[in-house]
Design a protein. Structure first.
Length: 701
């Protein structure tokens, strides 16, 4: 195998991935370490094009011109070398070389090797061993200190090389160490095994075998049991066996085979000795690094205790974090005196950290308390004993609720306090009563009853009467509960939330009674019905009285005979500018309603559930505006016998009753909506506008 000499580009490239023997005519380690330092190169003014510089990363120092923004690159080499002679590690020289292309091209030249050698001598964990002749100083430093992909998992490993002889880098995962250990094998105790093992690199440290944790201490010895990579040992044994078989009559072929590997054997001895030295240096460095980190942690704890700071806060302060990391990386201990230079920068950062944590805890507590208050609000609404309830946004603004939501983090659960503490329950009820009284007074003013007062408990407040119907002037929308009514009653107004506001706007929006206006059409038609039934709107039992009339209210403004109950009046009144109604008898209502009204059918069909969607697709819905004529009652009464006399046989036969499907078909619900809109001008259907004609079940024979 031939080894390609490492180039200066290794400074930016990854670490060589495969072990390669030394060049045939390489200098010895002694010759390399004692060679004279070349003269420093002069500053060059040559400048290529921008495209040329971008495409020539391997250019020399004369190719690039120092950047105007880089003052370090404009320092003469002699002065730069003097500065870099004090750095404690080649890692720092690497960092300088990577500042720009000019510094890189300058420092990777052979004439700058003395800078790298001095950095190796200054290393605090002990002098770094000299490189073998196939390495340049810059490439050697990059190989030792740069991260590289793990040989097994290919993830970037920041740890040092695990096996220097084979140039294998492994991450800290035990699985990767075990996986690599399974790729190793020992040479057989045969002549062939002894022969080929001479030129193959082997493991120089027991840690690579991964008997246990890769961080444990293991033997580092060139004379330890030899372990080789299977992919190298097995082909070498096969080649030896082939040469041996070819030398059955003469030993010339086998001798020629062994002579061809003599140079590799000599180079392998040097490489193995160098790998062992590097392993010992690495162990010394890791031991010192652990000791420095422990000492620095102790000193940092002492600094925190002396200043009265929390260690958890100090270690995340940006300035101190960089200070501690820099000292750990350079194997330097921190001290109290050194810390005083950065104390004035660290203290404001810790104050900021403490304040941020306090605000974060308060915000988290406030958020949790609001969530618990929302749960208690839902429980109160479900119980139905506190109607009407304000919206959740307004509920959060009640004084007692605001005080509980701002409680300290260690306080008792807000929801439990509201349920178990009698005093808080009374305070909450008191705040709700105040809010309702204020809302009643303002809504009464909207209805035209400003300053209304009464001492009688048998008279309803104006906002609690049947004639109190409101619409929001801002959004013109109602909650889902009131979609079939089209307007809001007192409870609906209190709980109203405008749908056009987003979450942030809704949190800032303040409920006001002045944002509502009376639903004049609904109030007018309700007043008609109350007058027809001789019901006083102030009567607390007025709603029960209206419910007792059932579906006996007929709309005189519709072309068809449309009857409905009291609950549909509000929504139906929106179709007419001046809706007129009359109260009919139950027999008349029965004569009109050939198909009974299914209360809540429209709301059920408009749901978004699967069953509602399936029900809408059925062709089982008919239009009452097409079938319910206003002269039906008159025709039925005209055909009925009077005074008990039998009907005249010669009289003309009465007109037959209208068919349930006069058009010869029924619609699915969407088709019915289109029909009602196009033919009757109805935008929104109600229970009074259509009927459901379910198919009769087939009788079993």
């Amino acid at each position: 195998m031939e080894l390609e000499t490492s180039t200066d580009a290794t400074l930016f490239d990854s670490v060589p991935s495969a072990p390669k023997p030394l060049a045939k005519k390489a200098k010895t380690l002694h010759e390399l370490s004692t060679s004279d330092d070349p003269k420093p190169i002069p500053n060059s003014t040559a400048l290529t094009s921008r495209e040329g510089r971008a495409k020539s990363p391997k250019g020399t120092a004369s190719t690039y011109k120092p950047s105007r923004s880089s003052h370090l690159a404009r320092i003469p080499l002699e002065l730069l070398a003097e500065i870099l002679s004090f750095v404690p590690s080649p890692r720092d020289v690497l960092a300088v070389a990577r500042c720009d292309k000019y510094l890189c091209a300058t420092l990777v030249r052979r004439s700058s090797d003395f800078i790298w050698r001095q950095a190796r001598r200054n290393f605090r964990a002990g002098r770094i061993p000299d490189p073998t002749p196939n390495w340049t100083e810059s490439a050697y430093a990059a190989w030792l200190f740069d991260p590289a992909p793990c040989h097994v998992c290919k993830k970037t490993a920041k740890a040092f090389t695990s096996c220097y002889a084979m140039r294998i880098r492994l991450c800290a995962s035990n699985d990767c160490h075990r996986a690599f250990g399974r790729t190793l094998m020992q040479a057989p105790p045969t002549v062939a095994g002894d022969a080929v093992s001479g030129w193959l690199p082997s493991v120089e440290a027991g840690a690579v075998l991964c008997v246990g944790d890769p961080g444990d201490e293991y033997t580092i010895d060139p004379d330890m049991d030899k372990w080789y990579r299977k992919e190298e040992l097995e082909p070498a044994l096969a080649a030896y066996q082939e040469a041996q078989n070819s030398s059955a009559e003469s030993d010339a072929v086998l001798t020629q085979f062994l002579v061809a590997h003599e140079a590799e054997t000599r180079r392998n001895v040097t490489m193995m000795e160098h790998a062992v030295v590097l392993q010992k240096w690495k162990r010394a460095f890791e031991a010192l690094a652990r000791r420095i980190r422990q000492l620095n942690d102790v000193t940092a704890h002492q600094i925190a205790a002396k200043e009265g700071w929390s260690w958890d806060d100090l270690k995340v302060a940006r300035t101190f974090e960089m200070y501690l990391r820099a000292h750990n990386n350079s194997l330097e201990q921190i001290s109290m005196s050194d810390f005083q230079f950065i104390r004035d920068r660290v203290e404001p950062e810790i104050i900021n950290i403490v304040e941020r944590r306090r605000r974060r805890e308060e915000e988290n507590t406030y958020r949790q308390n609001r969530a618990r208050v929302a749960l208690h609000y839902q429980r109160m609404k479900s119980a139905g004993m506190h109607e009407p309830m304000p919206s959740l946004t307004e509920f959060h603004r009640l004084p007692v609720v605001k005080a509980l939501e701002s409680a300290a983090p260690e306080a008792e659960d807000v929801s439990e306090q509201l349920k178990s503490t009698q005093f808080l329950k009374e305070m909450l009820d008191k705040d709700l009563d105040k809010w309702r009284e204020k809302a009643k007074a303002r809504l009464a003013a909207v209805l035209g009853y400003s300053g209304w007062k009464s001492a009688s408990v048998n008279k309803l407040h104006p906002v609690e009467r049947l004639t109190a119907r409101f619409v929001c002037k801002l959004c013109k929308k109602v909650a889902k509960k009131y979609e079939e009514y089209g307007s809001l009653d007192y409870a609906g107004v209190c709980a109203h939330k405008c749908t056009h506001l987003n979450k942030k706007q809704r949190a800032k929006f303040v409920w006001k009674a002045e944002q509502f206006e009376p639903d004049e059409k609904a109030i007018k038609v309700i007043s008609q019905v109350l007058q027809l039934t001789h019901t006083d709107p102030e009567d607390p039992h007025a709603l029960a009285v209206m419910a007792g009339y059932g579906e006996r209210i007929q709309c005189e403004s519709c072309d068809a005979a449309i009857v409905m109950d009291f609950n549909r009046l509000c929504m139906h009144s929106r179709r007419h500018d001046d809706m007129k109604v009359k109260l009919i008898l139950q027999d008349e209502a029965n004569a009109i309603l050939k198909h009974p009204i299914e209360t809540g059918l429209h709301a059920k069909l408009m749901e978004q559930s699967y069953h509602a969607k399936k029900a809408r697709s059925l062709k089982e819905y008919g239009c009452r505006h097409c079938t319910q004529r206003k002269n039906v009652v008159a025709e039925v009464n005209a055909t009925a016998p009077s005074n008990g006399a039998a009907p005249n046989a010669d009289a003309a036969a009465p007109e037959p009753k209208p068919s349930a499907t006069p058009h010869g078909r029924l619609w699915d619900f969407n088709g019915l909506r289109s029909h009602a809109k196009s033919k009757h001008g109805i935008e929104t259907l109600g229970d009074e506008d259509f009927y459901h004609l379910a198919p009769k079940p087939e009788s079993s024979s």
